[in-house]
Structure formats: structure tokens, C-alpha cells
Design a binder for this molecule. Structure first.
Ligand code: BG6
Ligand code: MG
Length: 223
């Protein structure tokens, strides 16, 4: 693992790290899964975190043994239906939806001169940042439409560091999803996980919640 002194930038996931949109993604996918007759379970719920819209739909269909039941066009229509429901939820979001401690953490990073980029798989990322009034904190955003592979592939985190003109070893990636921690580790950045110890066992540093994520606590954990 890199030392804290080497770190010059932070590459952030959005959903479940900056804000609790993971609840809205879950609600919208669950609604669709149940309509398609696919039983919901916790492993499926966790597995959907961090992965792209179409990969999410494929995982739901596979879980229900329905991977061969729909044409490409039908799948696109189903994913669009989920997204419409999701977008209706995020339109109601305000800065009150920023997770505890995140605003202070971003201010601290900015004050201390750390560079910041966004590595979210979500095509709705810029809309969510706007709703939260955080757009100015993220001058560099990886466009998920440019990716050839989604998380757990390292591509999105590699691009997040490149946008900052930093080497991977100079970056910390922050994630709430297992697929995201795998992506950060494979990109040779330092991984900070937010959430459950079992799910995020591969994280270099882990906190139970966003309120614990401070530079002092990260430095303590990295040494
Ligand atoms: C990730 C979420 O950030 O973005 C996933 O964790 C979601 O749950 C993915 O499926 C894609 O989001 P969107 O908004 O492009 O459908
Ligand atoms: Mg996430």
C-alpha cells in the first residue's frame, strides 16, 4: 500500500458514498425484478451496487433464470423503465441528501490542495451532483459512456487518476461496493471502503460510515 504522504488525489464513487442514491437504485431495480417474477435477495442487492445499468439488468435476469427470455430491444426498454423511475426519485434530491461528513471532507480536501475526480458508473452522476449542489467540487468526471468495461474492471479508476494527471499510487479511491473496491485495487490505487466489513474485506482502509472518513483517520489507517 502507498503511504499517506504519497497521496495527491481522491477518486470518488458517487452512489452510496457521496449520497444514498443506492437506496433509489435498489428500489427501482426491485420493482422491475418483482414485475419480471425474479425473487429479490440481499446478495442480489449487494451485487448490483457499482455495476452498470445493463450489467445490472443482466444480473437480475440471470438470478431469475431468465437470461434468454428477452431480446436486446426488450432489455433496453426494461432498463429505460427502471431509469425513468430512478430519475423521478433523484429529481427530488437536495443538498440535505449529502451523506454525513462528506461536505466537510470535500472542503478539507480542497483546502489542502488534493485533486478530486468522480468515477461513477452512473450516467446520471452529473444530474445527482447538480441536485446536491456539489458540481464545483468535481471538475473532472469520468464519462461512463467511454468505458469498454465496467467495475470490477479497473478502467474507470485508471481514468479517474489520469484525469488528475496523477499516478495510481498517488490516488485514493473511495467506494461502497465490492465491485468498486476490486476496481480500485486492480488500478493499483489505495482503496477506502465505506460500509460492511465482510462485503468490503478487500479494502485497504474501511470505515463503517461516511462520518468517519476524515484525512486524519485515513492517515492513521495508512501509516
Ligand atoms: C452505480 C450504481 O453507481 O451506477 C449502480 O452503484 C447503478 O447501482 C450504476 O446501476 C449505473 O447507474 P445509471 O444511473 O447509469 O443507471
Ligand atoms: Mg457506489
Amino acid at each position: 500500500m502507498a503511504t499517506f504522504k504519497q497521496i495527491k488525489g481522491f477518486v470518488f464513487d458517487l452512489d452510496g458514498v457521496i449520497t444514498d442514491t443506492s437506496l433509489y437504485h435498489t428500489k427501482a431495480w426491485r420493482q422491475l425484478a418483482e414485475k419480471l417474477g425474479v425473487a429479490w435477495n440481499k446478495d442480489l442487492e449487494e451485487g448490483l451496487k457499482g455495476i452498470s445499468r445493463m450489467d445490472s439488468l443482466e444480473l437480475i435476469l440471470k438470478t431469475g433464470g431468465k437470461e434468454n427470455d428477452y431480446s436486446h430491444d426488450e432489455k433496453v426498454a426494461l432498463a429505460t423503465e427502471k431509469n425513468t423511475n430512478y430519475v423521478n426519485e433523484i429529481k427530488k434530491m437536495t443538498p440535505a441528501n449529502i451523506l454525513p461528513g462528506i461536505k466537510d471532507f470535500l472542503d478539507d480536501l480542497r483546502d489542502k490542495g488534493y485533486l478530486i475526480s468522480l468515477a461513477s458508473a452512473s450516467k446520471n452522476g452529473p444530474t445527482v451532483l447538480k441536485q446536491l449542489q456539489l458540481t464545483d467540487y468535481f471538475p473532472k468526471v469520468v464519462d461512463p459512456a467511454t468505458l469498454s468495461k465496467g467495475k470490477p474492471d479497473p478502467e474507470i479508476y485508471t481514468k479517474g487518476a489520469e484525469l488528475l494527471d496523477l499516478a495510481p499510487e498517488e490516488c485514493i479511491g473511495v467506494e461502497d461496493a465490492e465491485a468498486g473496491i476490486q476496481a480500485i485495487n486492480a488500478a493499483h490505487e489505495t482503496s477506502v471502503g465505506i460500509g460492511d466489513a465482510k462485503t468490503l474485506a478487500a479494502a485497504d482502509v474501511r470505515f463503517d460510515d461516511t462520518a468517519q472518513m476524515t484525512l486524519a483517520n485515513i492517515e492513521k489507517a495508512m501509516g
